[in-house]
Design a protein around this ligand. Sequence first.
Ligand code: ING
Ligand code: ZN
Length: 332
Amino acid sequence: VSIQSIPGYACYETVEETFAAAEGFTTTYPSLAEWKDVGDSWQKTQGLGGYDIKVLKLTNKNTTGPNGAAKPILFVNSAIHAREYTTAALTLAFARQLVEGYGSNADATWILDHHEVHLMLHTNPDGRKKAETGLSWRKNTNQNYCGATSNSRGADLNRNFTFSWNSTGGSGSSGNGCADTYRGPSAGSEPETQAIEGYVRSLWPDRRGPAKTDAAPVDTSGIHLDIHSYSELVLWPWGDTKTVAPNGIALQTLGRKFAFFNGYLPEQSIGLYATDGTSDSVSYGELGVAAFTFELGTSFFQSCTTYESTIKPKNLPALMYAAKVVRTPYQT
Ligand code: ING
Ligand code: ZN
């Protein structure tokens, strides 16, 4: 059974359809779109089928902006959790709005002339294929954890990142290979995690952590958004402590602005629950890049009607705003 065959879910592209659409953009808009192979899924590393981890890079052909300066970068990844269905659909819709709007829509044109937008549409494609059969799959499909054929197997990629991996000593993730929040046997053990970490480090090679304090504005010449579902939230670090991040006030200011667009609740991520080893902890904690998690909607498999009428129209403007504001030190 395919999730798409269930009445009301036909709008959700499969992994293959998403990848074909991204590749299609490079054919239709060769001067705006590039489709890059940045790693392998776990199954691919094992010769068990699997997928490349791919990034759709959108910008015009100039390597610098019209002012001669390096282009600021927005990086968005979606579907790191397989069953979080609306997330990849939203990111693909965002890509479509940018490339189709280029030359006619002022915002899309300005964004692609001055900025770079990098989209990892499917961060966990192996898991997503499981979810496409109707399973409530969250993790990757690594057969070394919980038994090769168990539907509870795999590592939670969003507990496997190196910065703050298992920093709470248990409460932010699980050491049980069958648990939904299994952190993996070691920091960055999963190939999908390695692909994202390697890619964000390559995007911001000169970043050295959140050295600034709130005495200085947060540097938003780079922004990382990790798109999840569900709960209608905009979250920022830290997730493993109630301590406010060095740029906490500035992150809150920017988070509230995103929330203005999507109508969600903005809060420091530990307000939801404790987490460790999450993707934003690397981007912000290791590199100092402003990092946010969006929690879309009110359940995992939401109907196309709800997605089209509510989730997409609330969140596309938030993504467009993120692509515009990633520019200069953000004034608090
Ligand atoms: N929620 C996120 C999770 O990984 C999160 C929430 C993400 C909290 C990042 C803190 C940092 O648990 C879902 N629904 O996956
Ligand atoms: Zn999630």
